[in-house]
Design a protein around this ligand. Structure first.
Ligand code: PXP
Length: 262
């Protein structure tokens, strides 16, 4: 039985972020472990897409990795990158299925906050023009804030990826009220974003413990998950970890939207 009548359930995709396979490889130099091999394995285990973040400092994924991923993947590549001239040139050369624009600070350990689309609207509008012309799906990684989504829609982004990091951190640290508030914001902004024509993705920090409430949201169409999957693969293997994440996503979807909806 479908519980949310009138709301067309959409399939939920899993994008597996393989950055940290490259982190481990780079710890020693050389070619092992190979991010492309991990991407192919994730594909076989049910990943709907592969995500890779080409950082300005190339601390994990390299230009060559992007090249090889483009040549070898059977599923779409979502290239995460900062809004710089260098990255634009690389993206236009490869024309990946999707480009997710993220904020980037050299000193951060990971992407710490969302992109301030509202505060940089004119520049970002010009920046994404050539990407859209090249046929890439353009996404902005943003906090679950109305003004960011309004800006993204106004300048013609196809997608927003809602930053799930604060929700996951609060969950992991047992800050229940904060966790619930952060989740409420994601719930509200997923619905609002879809209502103004944006495709809704979510990601950052998701684990087996935090994925289901986000996966259950009918307007969310894609989750991008990396660090936990690669870390957990040390214990259980990448194939089993990707399959379990996919199963949890599907379970969450079926519980809220009804049987048969993945
Ligand atoms: N989505 C975006 C935009 C990101 O920047 C990242 C981290 O690179 C992720 C998703 C994946 O986050 P995590 O590695 O914490 O699962």
């Amino acid at each position: 039985m479908t519980l949310l009548l009138g709301n067309t359930p959409r399939r939920l995709r899993l994008g597996v972020n393989i950055d940290h396979v490259a982190t481990v490889r780079n710890a020693r130099g050389g070619d092992y472990p190979d991010p492309v091999r991990s991407a192919k394995l994730a594909e076989t285990a049910g990943a709907d897409g592969i995500t890779a973040h080409l950082r300005e400092d190339r601390r994990h994924i390299t230009d060559r990795d992007i090249d090889l991923l483009m040549k070898n993947l059977s599923v779409p590549l979502n290239l995460e990158m900062a809004a710089t001239g260098e990255m634009l040139e690389i993206a236009l050369r490869h024309r990946p299925h999707a480009v997710c624009i993220v904020p980037e600070k050299r000193e951060e350990r990971t992407t710490e906050g969302g992109l301030d689309v509202a505060g940089d609207e004119n520049r970002l509008a010009r920046f994404i023009g050539p990407l859209k012309d090249a046929g890439c799906r353009v996404s902005f990684f943003v906090e679950a804030e109305r003004r960011q989504l309004e800006s993204a829609a106004r300048i013609g982004a196809h997608v927003v990826e809602l930053h799930a990091g604060a929700y996951c951190d609060a969950h992991n640290e047992g800050r229940i009220a904060d966790r619930d508030r952060e989740l409420d914001a994601i719930v509200a902004m997923a619905e609002f974003g879809a209502s103004i024509g944006l495709e809704i993705h979510a990601g950052h920090g998701l684990t087996f413990d935090t994925v289901k409430p986000v996966a259950a949201l009918p307007d969310v169409q894609e989750l991008n998950i990396g660090h936990f999957l690669i870390g957990e693969a040390i214990f259980s293997g990448l194939d089993s970890v990707v399959r379990r994440m996919r199963a949890l996503m599907q379970e969450a979807r079926s519980e809220t939207l009804g049987e048969g909806v993945a």
